[in-house]
Design a protein around this ligand. Structure first.
Ligand code: FAD
Length: 470
């Protein structure tokens, strides 16, 4: 019997895809990586995942776990050998249980993030993880990448939202770790090892996640600003004024908004005149636990003061939920609207917030000195010190010319990030994209410890090989 036939016998023929059917699972979202696979497998239960892993170990077949395949660093794409199987969790998409007294929910790893948010809302709770890919990405992928998104400022990264895990180890054992405890000091934190491991240590099959009260009211505003310095000052002002009620602070360069309306003419920049052409904007969100009136009064006081202080040049405050959604939609459309700039060189970096303005000025100037006319496409989660510091060809270069300069641009930006005490991967992960530069920017002892963890937990070296560590 062929290997594929054995797999079909194990999972049923409909759950083993081969040939042209695997095409969309072996290419990444950005179209940057193209791989091949022996098959794409769709297990329906944790037991089936464990059976697959044991079969792969017995046959020395590499495994690539996959969720929604929306990752941005090639971590869910197999290599070109065609030896690996892609293991997609998307059939494992049930909410297993909800405990409202404990404010927790146990969810299969293949659940789409938007369905997880919806399930929480049905129990009058908030699951705050939110990102533009939430209609397609899965909770498993979110955990494996320790995804960030737009609410990290208040609720933390995915790591902070997970209390327990169920994992199929790289040997095919099942770790039943679905504890819903907020305190548990009983040894090494395996949960935190698997979270952010990008599928290189095992396959997460379910999680116990934290739920929060739904905000009673929210206020959203788009602020027109003169500089990143001003944005940082407004952030500090808003933190002081709103405390834990500050739930979003996104920085957007003016040309990103122009790109959105160019790609999506049904959207509009909600400013007139000079304010419509500002170099920077910030999207500010407050979530209030009292009332709409209370939220509005707090919001107007803090924003009003920042206007008086000359930090904000203009502001549009959403009057209702539809307007608030429209403002968020502008922000969330940026990754897709980046095509307005042609292919770009992308950096997902973090910098201490206090050094952000300097970082942008210094790095922009260094790039312009070396590549005159190159275009900066900058946006991100300023509240978390996370920028998507992307670089496009502008009028000065063709796509091919930009591609030829790609490695030099990466190096310049990464060096600058390093000098400013930042990280070359804030929230997207390492995958294949940053694997080879990682040792340059991490402590050698840290890399050596990571290698030892990898060989201890994945002794056969079959779990997503070639990702994170070379
Ligand atoms: P995949 O892409 O399928 O996989 C990603 C990694 O996780 C791979 O290493 C894979 O092997 C591993 N993996 C997947 N499932 C499992 C599992 N069950 N067990 C073990 N390993 C697994 N990311 C952010 O952090 N913040 C953002 O704001 C953000 N915005 C985005 C906007 C757009 C438009 C797009 C396309 C992407 C964005 N991303 C963002 C990146 C991406 O959505 C996240 O990385 C997401 O968490 C990936 O989830 P996924 O299910 O698609 O995972």
């Amino acid at each position: 019997m062929s290997r594929v036939d054995e797999l079909k016998q194990m999972l049923g023929p409909d759950n083993v895809l081969t040939g042209a059917d695997v095409e969309s699972y072996v290419n990444d979202w950005r179209g940057r990586y193209a791989g091949r696979a022996l098959a794409m497998l769709r297990p329906g239960s944790t037991q089936e995942v464990a059976e697959i892993v044991r079969w792969c170990v017995a046959h020395k077949v590499p495994m690539v776990p996959q969720g929604g395949n929306t990752g941005l660093c090639g971590a869910a794409t197999p290599d070109g050998s065609g030896d690996a199987v892609v293991i997609s969790l998307v059939r494992m998409n049930k909410v297993r249980s909800v405990d409202t007294d404990n404010d927790t929910m146990v969810v299969d790893a293949g659940c789409i993030l938007q369905s997880v948010q919806q399930a929480a809302r049905e129990h009058d709770r908030l699951f705050p993880l939110s990102l533009a890919a939430e209609g397609s990405c899965t909770l498993g992928g979110n955990m494996a990448t320790n995804a960030g998104g737009t609410a990290v400022l208040r609720y933390g990264n995915t790591r902070e939202l997970v209390l327990g895990l169920e994992v199929v180890t790289a040997d095919g054992d099942i770790w039943h770790g679905l504890r819903g405890l907020r305190k548990d000091n009983t040894g090494y934190d395996l949960r935190d090892l698997y979270i952010g491991s990008e599928g290189t240590l095992g396959i997460i099959t379910a999680a116990t996640i934290k739920l929060f009260p739904l905000p009673v009211a929210q206020c959203t505003a788009l602020l027109a600003l003169d500089s990143v310095d001003d944005a940082v000052s407004v952030l500090s002002h808003a933190r002081k004024g709103f405390g834990a009620a500050l739930t979003g602070f996104e920085l957007i360069a003016g040309n990103c908004l122009q790109g959105v309306v160019k790609c999506y003419p049904q959207q509009r920049i909600p400013f007139e005149g000079e304010s419509a052409g500002k170099p920077w904007y910030a999207l500010l969100e407050l979530s209030d636990s009292e009332s709409a009136e209370h939220a509005r009064a707090r919001f107007e006081e803090v924003v009003g003061q920042a206007i008086e202080d000359g930090l904000i040049q203009d502001a549009v405050i959403a009057e209702n939920m539809a307007q608030s959604k429209a403002l968020w939609h502008l922000r969330e459309s940026i990754p897709l609207a980046e095509k307005a700039f042609g292919k770009s060189i992308k950096h997902d970096v973090s910098i201490p917030v206090s050094r952000m303005a300097d970082f942008v000025k210094t790095t922009n100037a260094a790039l312009q000195a070396k590549f005159p006319g190159i275009e900066h496409v900058t946006f991100g989660h300023l509240g978390d010190g996370n920028l998507h510091y992307n670089v496009a060809r502008g009028q000065a270069y063709t796509e091919q010319e930009l591609l030829e300069r790609q490695d030099a641009v990466y190096e310049l930006v990464h060096e600058s990030v390093h000098q400013f005490g930042g990280s070359i991967s804030a929230e997207h992960g390492v995958g294949q994209l940053k694997r080879d530069v990682l040792p340059r920017y991490k402590d050698p002892v840290e890399i050596a410890l990571m290698r030892r963890i990898k060989s201890a937990l994945d002794p056969h070296g079959l779990m997503n090989p070639g990702k994170v560590l070379a």
